[in-house]
Design a protein around this ligand. Sequence first.
Ligand code: AMP
Length: 417
Amino acid sequence: MQQHIDSYDFTGKKAIVRVDFNVPLNENFEITDDTRIRKAIPTLKTVLEKGGSLIIMSHLGRPKKVDPKFSLKHIVARVSECLGVPVQFADDCMKADAQAAALKPGEVLLLENLRYYAEEEGKPRGLAEDASEEEKKAAKKVVKDSQKEFVKKLASYADCYINDAFGTAHRAHASTALIAEYFPNDKMFGYLMEAEIKAIDNVLKNAERPLTAIIGGSKVSSKLAVLKNLVGKVDNLIIGGGMGYTFIKAQGGKIGKSLHEDDLMPDALAILEEAKAKGVNVSLSVQTIAGQSFDNDTPRQIFDTNNIGEDWEGMDAAPATLENWKKIILASKTILWNGPVGVFELPNFAKGTLQIAEDLAEATKLGAYTLVGGGDSVAAVTQMGYADKVSYVSTGGGAMLEAIEGKTLPGIAAIQD
Ligand code: AMP
């Protein structure tokens, strides 16, 4: 049975908490952005304040074996600073029995990088490139078998399990999902996970209408599942960014040298058909700012999106498009934004994305629920200074994308089951 961190009695209990401390480090192993650590602090502090002790576990980077470059010891001091208590370190996440057993209420132990072990992800390592299917299968079985011991060992350190790592919630890894079965009555979400789940539900389950999704980014292929899921749920679907040109071309428009995927044109048309059948209003770009080459200082010109000059490449949304989108956004009660509507990394082509951020901020002020989720739109709102002017900015790129694709995230299901 799922518990809640607010009502659970942590007195004298050891909590093993999966967090996402996968922070960026510079060449001197200094943390360059501690957001992920700070986001987990409310959960961690709550356990300590309620009389429990903490065993914190995370991955860092993608080590394929024990590799000091990816050691979590680099972050011990910062975690301790953020928590305001000393943090002990276990050099090997599989040999922390004595340290875990000795923990007293209020004490904290951080385990070394879980991904030093292949068992965390449950994927074989070191397979020859030309390994046969049989060899691959056999290697997979070996790691899956030893994964059971790995999970059991982690679970043996604690009395209860908290998952606060939304960034890895779409992975069925040892520490993100499998471990939950050892705590059938003592498992719960941390506050960050809870906030992310609530944000997803606010949009996908309990949305106040009209519900609008703004989907941008570079390729239809990477957002196809998102579009297919949303087309059955939203009232308005704004399709922008590089991916929009595949839709324009599929309908017979001239898009010059703009980014597009010919093989996805049938899918694009199918989405438009489905939207029509379901009464969903799809809004594509009507006017584009195009450049002659993919750089900031290239000459720029405005075109009707259906009639872009042969040598020109659509790189941002132009005023007439942005006017249309603004009207839709300001008339909505719930808005989901995933993916920039232009090449926002180049300042001369960032205006459209900035305008969307401003429109979302205005809609939020008017009482709409606004969620920015997944990848580059998160980077854009943060960079442009709009992160605190929308209702919620998701911390999990891949996890949020899978959630809006309508998939069940293993990290969430393992707690809720
Ligand atoms: P995604 O990761 O799919 O959300 O795509 C984000 C990327 O899409 C960003 O790097 C943007 O620069 C890029 N992008 C947005 N609009 C365009 C466009 N019109 N042409 C090329 N790339 C674009």
